[in-house]
Ligand binder design. Structure first.
Ligand SMILES: [Zn+2]
Length: 746
């Protein structure tokens, strides 16, 4: 999941603020505005050109405004149909164009597209803000909301009324006079600070690099050297360059034997925007924290976390802290044990010296090789992209009976492959695009999104068009694309998002979204199957010999599953905790945000100096320049759900149990946000989610070996209770659902 809010992803967000509209449109020469005649309703990518976007946006905004005016000016008594449904149907064209533009600008951005982005984004943002602050429109919505109990609405309709009303209220519609003015001021200031925060980070990120010579990289694997050489060449330099981007930095920290260079690089990373220069982010982050407290108070909440989380499954910051605290302590203990193991090796190499943060990756790798004898390169030979794709299609077929048929359809790039998705009865579910390889015009990471969303037209389900976009290892010469573990897992992850979109069967557009802390359940659960022996034996065959992956290799993979989990979990939970700490302030007094971080992590929670949180405030773009403020915990929350849900399959003794899968599909995946996430989950599982499966998967479960059997039984008697979520209506960035960057993931 998960990445920073870019211009294009903001467009996604914009489309979610309000929903959408009318079917009639003027005849034009613009394929974005014309009625599409393509098979399965695929966007006519072969006809869409960059110059079509701007006029299409403008026409679609005008159309949306006309639809809003019609609702506002209607003399009719406000009803569910004339206000709520009409609003839900307003702006469909605009929404459609935003989706396509968002997807294309993330995966195929050229200078021209970038210009359109820069021109149009502020206009579109203003367009939606104006609608959310339209008092006359809100009065109509409120009139329906106030009498909702008397309207004979069913549960889904009731939820749509409440969600629509809450979206307005959360945007400040109930405020008046000076308060409303102040909220608008705060929003504008926050938007400005956020952009400046992001720009500083970009500048600071780009201003540091390690330029090395042949002899300084001699100890690195050849792939890492080649990558560094290419990085140097792309900057017009000779030799080798390592940057602060994780795909560049982490291999260096893992393999370089030069301690000083490792320290130099990692220190550069940790100190970003904390160098007291023009790009320093301390003051900006402090200002944002202060403004967010004020915003929360204006809207009637104790803290910004209360405001954000009221709309999530977790419901309250207390429930989030309960989960994070439960994870953090055992994770830290486990990390300390990992450190002890590494320290023995470290002392041999550097007697009398102190182990530092920047030594962790290098010694962890040494332990991994010694203890688990797992060679990732050997596994890669069995993970060709085609194999992994066939493996996930096979899994989806086992679980849901669906099939994937390659088709010829308009494409936005020649590297895309396109599939029609057919249900078990051969009926059409949707279309899936897969765009696997990196290119200059593509953002980093991996994500999944809709080109067109599922919706209902005249009572009939209109199937969605979905895209998976990745940056996987490309084929070289005769060798096909061979994926790493992480890449194979990412493929299954994104495929999980795709299934969530493809199975969607939601009556109203305003109810397609799920809570932010639910978003990663459909994706993360798929990762559980990726390396199950039963599934691997079906897809992991050697790319040149066709030999099925040997059992001993699968065993090694499984044995190494808990490797370094203490560290990974600690740095992840630490980042989630500092996000909560800064946003749970109920009043703001002047502070130094770096001291605040140190106090909360090291002094109060005992984080050891050998581990830094995955993000520190001055470069925590997820929370200061993205959609994740008070939301970095989402991944861990969803992980409790995905591990517990997968445990249901394990308990059934058939990891592809069709009955369970059917329940998962119809009770969760196809529902969108028509019901609260926790309610959907309980319907599937028959109980509240139990944290123990997740703690076990991260090696944090403390039952002694011989008592495990007993403990498993006990889980069912006394499941760990979650705080039930309050009504989930949310304004979390769609990026959460659609975007999962490789390096910045989680
Ligand atoms: Zn994801």
């Amino acid at each position: 999941m998960k990445r920073l809010l870019t211009l294009s992803s903001l467009l996604f967000v914009m489309t979610m603020i309000m929903s959408c509209g009318s079917e009639q449109k003027a005849l034009t020469e613009n394929p974005l505005l014309d009625e599409w005649t393509t098979e399965f309703g695929v966007p006519p990518f072969d006809q869409i050109r960059t110059e079509h976007y701007e006029p299409a946006f403008e026409a679609a905004m005008l159309e949306h405004n006309a639809e809003i005016d019609a609702i506002v000016n209607s003399e009719e008594e406000p009803t569910f149909e004339s206000v709520i449904v009409a609003l839900d149907n307003a702006g469909i064209k605009l929404s459609e164009i935003c989706l396509i533009f968002g997807m294309i600008s993330s995966s195929d951005l050229d200078a021209e597209m970038q210009e359109v982005q820069q021109r149009m984004m502020p206009l579109i943002e203003e367009h939606f803000n104006t609608i959310m602050l339209n008092d006359a429109l809100f009065a109509k919505v409120k009139a329906v909301y106030d009498k909702r109990a008397t309207l004979g609405l069913d549960d889904v309709q009731m939820r749509l009324v409440e969600k629509t009303y809450n979206d307005f209220v959360r945007s400040g519609a109930l405020l008046e006079g000076a308060d409303k003015e102040r909220l608008m001021q705060i929003n504008a200031e926050l938007a400005d600070l956020s952009i400046r925060f992001g720009n500083n980070l970009l500048a600071e990120n780009g201003s540091f690099c390690l330029e090395l010579t042949d002899s300084q990289v001699a100890d690195l694997p050849s792939g890492v050297r080649t990558q560094a050489q290419e990085a140097a060449a792309s900057m017009g330099k000779t030799g080798y360059v390592f940057t602060l981007d994780k795909p560049s930095m982490l291999p260096f920290l893992t393999y370089s034997t030069d301690r000083d260079l490792r320290r130099e690089l990692y220190d550069g990373y940790l100190m970003r925007c904390n160098n007291d220069n023009e790009y320093d982010n301390k003051q900006l982050a402090e200002d944002m924290a202060r403004l967010r407290v004020e915003k929360a108070h204006l809207l009637g909440y104790d803290s910004y976390s209360h405001y954000v989380i009221a709309d999530q499954m977790a419901g309250t910051p207390e429930a989030v802290y309960a989960l994070l605290d439960e994870i953090f302590e055992p994770a830290l203990e486990s990390a300390k044990r990992e450190l002890e193991e590494m320290q023995r090796l470290f002392e041999k190499d550097h007697p009398g010296e102190t182990f530092e943060k920047s030594d962790w990756w290098f010694y962890a790798e040494k332990v991994r090789k010694q203890k688990y004898q797992l060679d990732e390169e050997a596994v890669r030979q069995y993970l060709s992209l085609d194999n992994v794709r066939d493996g996930m299609f096979y899994l989806a077929n086992r679980l849901y009976g669906i099939t994937f048929r390659p088709i010829t359809a308009p494409r936005y790039h020649k590297e895309c492959t396109v599939y029609q998705v057919l249900d078990h009865d051969q009926s059409h579910i949707g279309v899936l695009y897969i765009d696997p390889y990196p290119r200059k015009s593509k953002s980093g990471g991996a994500w999944c999104g809709n080109f067109t969303e599922q919706r209902y037209v005249d009572g009939k389900r209109k199937a969605p068009v979905v895209g998976i976009v990745c940056n996987f290892t490309p084929p070289v010469g005769d060798t096909p694309s061979l994926l790493s573990f992480d890449e194979a897992e990412t493929m299954f992850h994104e495929f999980g998002h795709a299934l969530h979109f493809l199975f969607a069967d939601v009556r109203y557009r305003g109810l397609t979204e799920v809570e932010g802390d639910f978003v990663e359940l459909p994706s993360q659960i798929m990762e559980n199957w990726a390396f199950e022996p039963e599934i691997m034996q079906k897809y992991a065959t050697h790319h040149s010999t066709g030999e099925v992956i040997p059992d001993n290799l699968i065993r090694k993979i499984q044995n190494a599953a808990l490797f370094n989990q203490g560290f990974t979990t600690t740095e992840l939970a630490a980042a989630a905790l500092i996000d909560m700490d800064i946003h749970s302030l109920t009043s703001y007094t002047d502070m130094n945000i770096v001291d605040f971080e140190t106090y909360n992590l090291a002094t109060r929670r005992g984080l050891i100096p050998e581990i830094a949180p995955r993000y520190r405030y001055t470069y925590f773009a997820h929370i200061f320049n993205g959609g994740y403020s008070s939301g970095y915990y989402f991944y861990l929350w969803a992980e409790v759900l995905d591990k517990d849900a997968f445990a249901a399959f394990k308990e059934s003794r058939d990891i592809c149990d069709r009955e369970l899968a059917t329940s998962f599909r119809y009770n969760l995946l196809s529902q969108g946000g028509q019901r609260p996430g926790m309610e959907m989950y309980r319907t599937f599982r028959g109980a509240d989610p139990d944290k123990s499966a997740m703690l076990k998967a991260r090696g944090l479960w403390s039952e002694p070996e011989e008592q495990i059997e007993e403990a498993v039984v006990e889980e069912f008697v006394a499941p760990t209770r979650f705080q039930p979520g309050t009504r989930p209506v949310h304004d979390i960035s769609r990026t959460a659902k659609t975007v999962r960057p490789q390096a910045d993931v989680e």
